[in-house]
Design a protein around this ligand. Structure first.
Ligand SMILES: Cc1cc2nc3c(=O)[nH]c(=O)nc-3n(C[C@H](O)[C@H](O)[C@H](O)COP(=O)(O)OP(=O)(O)OC[C@H]3O[C@@H](n4cnc5c(N)ncnc54)[C@H](O)[C@@H]3O)c2cc1C
Ligand code: HEM
Length: 407
């Protein structure tokens, strides 16, 4: 809780901070990276260039302020969980909160100028630290749960033991600990951060990849889509590096598995809805259930450009045999007849885009969504309109941000 005097000041200055949010965060990053160039290796340069991460941090601080002064009723638990899991996968430390706080507050002062009295600084400082303390506490619990020693590093070397080209644009990597130690367990839906040293002196970059294989297997699997730059934008840094430079025998630095979204929630009917490379959590869920709950009723709904673009599709016959109550509905925008291997199975292939009205849905199902934001907004909106409860729709976003709630 904010002190009453600080709450009044935050309430009064919220409109000004909101109005200058973009300028404040822009200035904040400039200041922080000038004082701490080593932090450039931690942040996603693609998101910096497109402004996605800047918007995420600014939006989180302002939304938290609104929450503290009672100006919003957004539930904060899920948001804090999402940020804490992402931070833990990046190895964010409590000391770094001091750096971020110092430069964020200084940026507020710079942008708002004379309007920033010592009372205003104190009120926003209090707001920032209330949020920071919540995150630091959650992250400490996550580090402890993952066996990361206090002050220790999250990074561990993993050897690439297999590399499989799934489609023209998608490659899977099989990974084993380079130290020969144990392979940690995970929940389907969880991801690891992968840190790579880009060539040409471009420094380190970190990205998250969902584990696409079976928890408990002797190796981890990640499945990576090559991101190509469109309309003049550069190709994706890390996915291009993984595709072009990483071979069997190489090592990668990986974090432990984190991620608050389970792709196997509940124990009744499960509906897995994915598009494109968003299928990785669903494939891990199917691999897991094939061993732990083979009778569970599961509907797999997957949208892709074409059968030839649908990664891991060759695994479906094996998974259907292991999961007798699995039903699959595929939507291909451009059906290319490449689905011959699936004809004897309970698999329906429909041309076009997923129609949420046609997704088979038991009243007591749990739904997991993963794909591009517009796809997930459309499907979630359609399910809500069908009267399906939002608290049984989980979703994973492959980038910063969360879904709109208004649908
Ligand atoms: C929880 C989670 C799980 C994920 N799981 C998977 C997975 O299983 N498989 C998978 O393939 N991906 C997954 N991702 C996505 C992955 O983390 C990366 O975001 C993805 O590989 C792209 O990274 P990149 O470095 O190749 O692209 P980036 O270099 O980050 O580029 C991203 C986009 O920004 C654009 N861009 C970059 N610089 C500029 C610029 N200067 N101007 C304009 N545009 C620019 C690029 O063109 C590109 O479209 C996941 C993400 C999250 C958060
Ligand atoms: C109260 C303080 C903070 C808030 C509110 C905050 C908020 C956020 C949010 C909302 C995201 C995006 C999460 C997602 O949806 O994926 C994020 C990601 C991230 N945060 Fe923080 N953060 C804070 C502190 C820090 C600190 C101290 C650091 C380290 C210097 C840091 C580094 C990062 C990085 C590297 C990412 C991922 C960047 C990316 O993918 O572009 N954050 N943070």
């Amino acid at each position: 809780m904010l002190t009453e005097s600080s709450a009044a000041v935050v309430r009064a200055t919220l409109p000004a901070v909101q109005a200058h949010g973009a300028a404040i965060t822009g200035r904040f990053y400039q200041r922080m990276f000038t004082a701490h160039p080593e932090l450039l290796d931690l942040f996603n340069r693609g998101n910096q260039a497109t402004g996605a991460q800047q918007a995420a941090l600014a939006a989180a601080v302002v939304a938290y302020a609104e929450h503290l002064v009672g100006a919003s009723d957004v539930p904060w638990g899920p948001i804090l969980d999402r940020i804490a899991h992402k931070h833990a996968s990046l190895g964010i430390t409590p000391a770094q909160y001091t750096i971020v706080g110092r430069h964020l507050l200084a940026a507020v002062g710079e942008v708002l100028g004379d309007a920033v009295t010592p009372e205003v600084v104190a009120a926003w400082d209090e707001t920032y630290w209330l949020l920071a303390c919540e995150l630091v506490a959650r992250e400490a619990r996550l580090y402890q749960g993952a066996g990361v020693a206090e002050g220790g590093s999250v990074w561990r070397a993993w050897r690439v033991v297999e590399r499989i080209r799934e489609t023209a644009d998608v490659v899977s990597f099989g990974l084993e600990p380079a130290d020969g130690g144990d392979v940690p367990g995970f929940v389907p839906g969880q991801y690891v951060s992968v840190a790579v040293d880009l060539d040409g002196g471009r420094g380190q970059q970190i990205r998250q990849y969902s584990l696409s294989g079976r928890p408990g297997a002797a190796r981890w699997r990640i499945t990576v889509k090559r991101v190509r730059g469109v309309t003049g934008a550069p190709d994706g840094m890390v996915s291009t590096f993984l595709h072009d430079r990483v071979a069997v025998g190489d090592t990668l630095r990986l974090s432990p598995p984190f991620g608050e979204v389970s792709a196997v929630a509940g124990d009744g009917p499960l509906v897995l809805v994915s598009a494109g490379i968003g299928l990785t959590p669903a494939m891990s869920a199917l691999e897991h259930l094939a061993v732990t709950a083979p009778q569970r009723p599961v509907t797999l709904v997957h949208a892709d450009r074409a059968g030839t673009a649908h990664a891991l599709r060759d695994e479906l016959p094996r998974l259907h045999h292991a999961l007798p109550n699995l039903r699959t509905a595929l939507w291909y925008e451009d059906p290319d007849g490449a689905d011959g291997s699936l004809t004897e199975l309970p698999v329906r292939v429909t041309p076009g885009r997923v129609d949420p009205e046609l997704i088979p849905l038991a009243a007591d199902a749990h739904v997991h969504l993963c794909g591009p934001l517009p796809f997930m907004n459309q499907v979630r909106g359609g399910l809500l309109r069908r009267g399906f409860p939002s608290d049984r729709i989980a979703y994973e976003v492959f980038g910063p941000g969360m879904l709109r709630d208004a649908e």
